[in-house]
Design a binder for this molecule. Structure first.
Ligand SMILES: [Zn+2]
Length: 330
């Protein structure tokens, strides 16, 4: 089912443009290769609730967006609507996940001989299918766990990996795909998880390497405080990490909203991660209040994600909320 990206890409690389240097290509040959998962076909989701937003449906054929995440389930929780809407608009979406979420117990029984990483990758594949992902790539690093955990010092832990080396791997994927937009964690790693902070450094550096527009994902903690107090999965995650989470409203550039169908797809993708997420933790009742928007801080001018429509409270008045575009954040 899996392919080795280095072998696969070597066959496809002959005709691609010289956006990255020969030195970089050599370095990539020395980097542990990501694992490719096959593209999936279209999937139909039943509407979850009545539509409440007038949403744009731009024609994004010819655009490719690379979305980088730390763990399986992040793609559904933080970018599920965005991925679904990009796919529906005709964009090619490339989902890159840095780890297999190896740590912790499974909340459901595993099959005989099945490991937790195998289960979580299978769940990720299902989620990617529901969200219309065109290509899924695993970087093969290990979950680092929360701050202070011994797992963070594991030789393969994402938190101790060389971010520049991994950024070059991600940049190579973006280059092969001609991805003009990269989506990744913001400087705070949404809720301070070491792996999310690592994917910020990797994604921000990769975006600069390929000259792509950057969108840094976060959550609007003021919005959640009003609409879904203690009812978003990030609330529990931040409590476990004993850190603050997200951003205040004025720091956010873009909010992507979802229709009833898109919210249904997002919830289905989240609950596809059944080894990690209890469906009762994301009830249908009130789901839109907690998960109806996805928030970003943009680097530079509005790009492909803005074409989906900006549902942010301060849309049109928050150009100051764009980030500086620095190579690596604080
Ligand atoms: Zn995560």
């Amino acid at each position: 089912m899996w392919q080795d990206a280095r072998r696969d890409d070597a066959d496809q690389r002959c005709g691609r443009g010289p956006l990255l240097s020969g030195v970089l290509s050599l370095l990539l040959q020395l980097t542990p290769g990501p694992v490719l998962l096959p593209p999936r076909g279209p999937h139909v989701c039943e509407p979850l609730m009545a539509a409440r937003l007038d949403l744009r449906r731009p024609d994004l054929r010819g655009h490719t967006v690379l979305v980088l995440h730390a763990h399986p389930d992040d793609e559904s929780i933080f970018t599920g609507i965005t991925l679904r809407r990009l796919a529906d608009a005709g964009a090619r979406t490339v989902l890159v996940v840095a780890t297999a979420g190896e740590l912790g117990e499974s909340r459901v029984p595993l099959r005989v001989g099945e490991t937790i990483p195998e289960r979580r990758i299978a769940e990720l594949e299902r989620s990617a299918e529901l969200l219309g992902v065109s290509r899924l790539v695993l970087l093969g690093r290990r979950d680092s766990g929360l701050p202070g955990w011994a797992s963070a010092s594991h030789a393969r832990a994402l938190a101790v990996a060389d971010p520049v080396r991994l950024a070059r791997t991600v940049a190579e994927i973006a280059d092969d795909e001609s991805a003009g937009t990269l989506v990744h964690d913001d400087e705070h790693g949404i809720y301070g998880h070491p792996d999310h902070r690592a994917t910020h450094r990797i994604g921000a550096t990769a975006a600069v390497l390929v000259g792509a527009a950057g969108y840094r994902m976060t959550v609007d903690r003021e919005h959640l405080h009003v609409s879904a107090r203690d009812r978003h999965l990030v609330h529990g995650a931040a409590r476990s990490a004993q850190v603050a989470f997200g951003r205040v409203t004025a720091e956010i550039s873009l909010a992507v909203g979802g229709s009833a169908r898109e919210l249904a797809c997002k919830r289905a993708a989240i609950t596809a991660h059944e080894s990690q997420v209890d469906p009762d933790a994301v009830p249908v009742d009130g789901f839109a209040d907690a998960y109806g928007y996805e928030w970003y801080r943009r680097t530079g001018a509005p790009g492909v994600l803005d074409a989906l429509g900006n549902a942010h409270l301060l849309a049109g008045a928050c150009s100051h909320a764009s980030t500086s575009g620095a190579l690596v954040g604080t």
